[in-house]
Every structure is written in C-alpha cells, then in structure tokens.
Design a protein around this ligand. Structure first.
Ligand SMILES: C[S@@+](CC[C@H](N)C(=O)[O-])C[C@H]1O[C@@H](n2cnc3c(N)ncnc32)[C@H](O)[C@@H]1O
Length: 370
C-alpha cells in the first residue's frame, strides 16, 4: 500500500504500534469503527446502493412490515401495556422504523400510545433518521446508549446491530490458545500476530481446548453490556427484544471478521476508518448472557422461516396487485433475497429475548437454553 493512500487513522495506528507494540484485534476494530475523529461510523452514510453495504430494510419495505407485524403480536402477547416504547438499536437510515410504524399504525388500535426511542452512535446517521422520520405520528427520541433509555414497557428491535461490535480473536498454537493481535511486518504493513497466552478455562470454551493448530475463536466482550442494558429494561416492566443478524449457533472455530467497501470484500487492513468491519454473531453466547441476566431466550430462527411465518409471501401478493411489471419482478426477487437459504434466509437469524413472565412471542416456539 503506498504512503499516499494511507488514511490518517492508518498513520496513527502504525505510530502507536511502533511505539507500544501490537494491539488486540478488538482494539484495532474499535479504532477503525469508532475513533472519535476518523472512525467508520463518524463518517458519511455507509448504507445503501451507494454506500458499502445494503441491509434487509433497505432491500424491501416488506422486511420492516413483517417486523411491524411481529411488534403487534408481541405487544398483544404482553397484554397490550400502554404507553409502549419501541426502541431500535442502530437504526441506520431510519427506514426500518418507518416501515414498522406504518404496520403498527394499520394494525394496532393503540398506535398513538407508542413512543419511539432510537439508540445511535453516528451523528450523521442521526440526522438521516431525523429526516426519514420527520412526519412520524409518534414522538421520537435519540440516545447514544440503551442504558440512557427510560424504563417502561418496551419492544426492542435490532437489525444488523450486533455485528458492528468489536471482537477479540484467539488463535490455537502448539503452545495453546493465544490472543490474536495486529502488528507490523518488515515492510510496515499491518499483519496478524500471536499475542499473549490465554489461561485454560478463561474465555475459550472447554470443547475447543483441543482444536487444531491454527484454529481461530472469536468472542465479543460488548455483548455482556448489551444484555445487561436489555435486562434493565425488563426489571420492572414487560420487555421483548428481537435481534436479527448474520451469525451462528456457537461455540465454533473459524474467522468471521470481514471488511466491506463498496459492497466488495476487502482486507480488514485496507484504509482503516473507511472500510466497514463486522463479525458474525454467536447467538448461543448472546442467549447464554440473556439467561444469566434472568431473561428468557427463544430461537435463533432462520430469517427465511421467520419472515415466511410472519406472512411475507402474502404481503408480496397484495403488493403485486397494484404493481407495474418491473415492480412485480423486483418484489419477487426481494422475497427471494430475504428468504431463500442461499441468499439471506439461512445466514441471517432472529433471536428473541423477553422478560421472564412473558408468553412465547410468535413465531418463536422454543427456548434455546434453559
Ligand atoms: C449495519 S447498520 C444497520 C442499520 C439498520 N439497522 C438497518 O438494518 O438498515 C448498523 C447501525 O448501528 C449503528 N451503530 C453501530 N455501532 C453502534 C453502537 N455501538 N451504538 C449505537 N449504534 C451503533 C450504526 O451507526 C448503524 O446505524
């Protein structure tokens, strides 16, 4: 990589590593995403066709409408408490919330008892959300953290929120499991290196002790804070949360850290601060934290099955009735993209987490752990 293409953050990270030594993958990711001056989420608008990635609500309004239906049935399963807070974590452009609210307005008689609470770290995206939701019939409030949202009966929605959180990576060597770190090679390029040893019994699940040499294990420390904040919302009030993301049922080995620029996979070391870095979500670890915090967890269910059971097929048929030829084609391909296992239908999953007294919200039907 030539000097001229180095981002300011790259220069800063390299100077830091030269002075202090390699940094953990988590610290590298944290700087790339959230550095106050040059982090990815401090910059422009990363979502959509012109950004780096596209999310389900940006593909089709049907995704948000199905989540709106889920909110209606969940609100009913909670015995319709009023007023109700709809909280969204990481609302992107506000598209998902706009679609959810449209469904709720159509389907729930107490729509006017809703308030909307958006948890967003990016100042730029907050401005975009304000524009998208400027005609909202419900009051809308913004926060930097879920910990700041008032306690009240709540439904929490998070789509592609958890994959943003920095992960730690560990690598199995002939001397056991070690932290994976980012240092500099002889040519001064970023390179993965082996850091300090992790004591047996700490972090690495016991079934992975004897994993093959070279195996990678990933762990997201911030999930604990997220789950503590979610459980706070359930302490005195009914609460149901829906996390939709790409992920797996862990524990598993394998590297899922990925970098995207203009919709193309690139090296995680390319242009720090200007490239999106994410990791797949370990839903089992998340559910275990929910249960440890006194909550109930259901799922994860594949996104395809989840959306199909909520009625995405029937919704598409209704939309087709007033659509042009082009629109009909797009509606069909959108459903395939969201539901088909070879597209988003199997990799993306939905996990539901509720306060302990709540009945299972449809279409979930089983606990992951007990
Ligand atoms: C991948 S985008 C998903 C956007 C939206 N949910 C969607 O589906 O289109 C991630 C969103 O989470 C926000 N975000 C990332 N990290 C965050 C954090 N630690 N706290 C609050 N919001 C965060 C981003 O700014 C962005 O709005």
């Amino acid at each position: 990589m030539s000097e001229i293409k180095q981002t300011l953050l790259e220069q800063q990270l390299k100077s830091y590593i030269k002075a202090k030594g390699p940094v953990s993958v988590r610290a590298f990711m944290e700087a790339c995403l959230y550095d106050p001056m040059h982090g990815y989420y401090r910059q422009g608008n990363p979502l959509g066709a012109e950004g780096d990635f596209i999310t389900a609500p940006e593909i089709s309004q049907m995704f948000g409408e199905m989540l709106g239906i889920w909110c209606v049935t969940t609100w009913q399963a909670m015995a319709n408490p009023v007023p109700l807070q709809i909280i969204e974590l990481g609302p992107g452009r506000g598209t998902l919330m706009a679609d959810i609210l449209r469904s709720l307005q159509r389907l729930h008689p107490n729509f006017e008892m809703i308030s909307v609470h958006l948890v967003e770290r990016s100042a730029t995206l907050k401005e975009t959300q304000k524009k998208t939701l400027e005609n909202s019939l419900c009051p809308v409030y913004w926060y930097n953290s879920l910990g700041d949202v008032p306690e009240a009966p709540s439904i929490i929605i998070a789509n592609e929120f958890l994959d943003c959180f920095p992960i730690r990576q560990f690598i199995k060597t002939d001397r056991g499991w070690h932290e994976r770190v980012v240092g500099l090679d002889e040519a001064d390029n970023f390179a993965f290196m082996v850091g300090s040893e992790v004591p047996r019994g700490a972090i690495i699940p016991s079934r992975l002790f004897d994993a093959e040499q070279g195996s990678i294990f990933e762990f997201c420390p911030d999930f604990e804070t997220v789950m503590k904040d979610v459980s706070r919302m359930a302490q005195r009030h009914p609460m149901a949360a829906l996390f939709v993301d790409y992920g797996f049922e862990g524990p598993q080995t394998g590297e899922t850290l990925q970098a995207l620029r203009s919709h193309k996979p690139v090296s995680p070391f390319l242009m720090p601060g200007e490239v999106d870095l994410t990791a797949h979500v370990d839903f089992t670890a998340l559910a275990a934290l929910g249960i440890a915090n006194g909550l109930k967890c259901y799922g994860p269910r594949d996104q395809g099955a989840f959306l199909s059971q909520l009625g995405i097929g029937a919704r598409a048929e209704i939309l087709v009735k007033n659509a042009s030829e082009d629109q009909i084609e797009k509606l069909a391909s959108d459903v395939v993209r969201l539901v088909a296992p070879e597209h988003m239908g199997a990799l993306f999953k939905a996990l539901c987490i509720t306060s302990p007294s709540l009945e299972v919200p449809a279409p979930f039907d089983q606990k992951v752990l007990s």
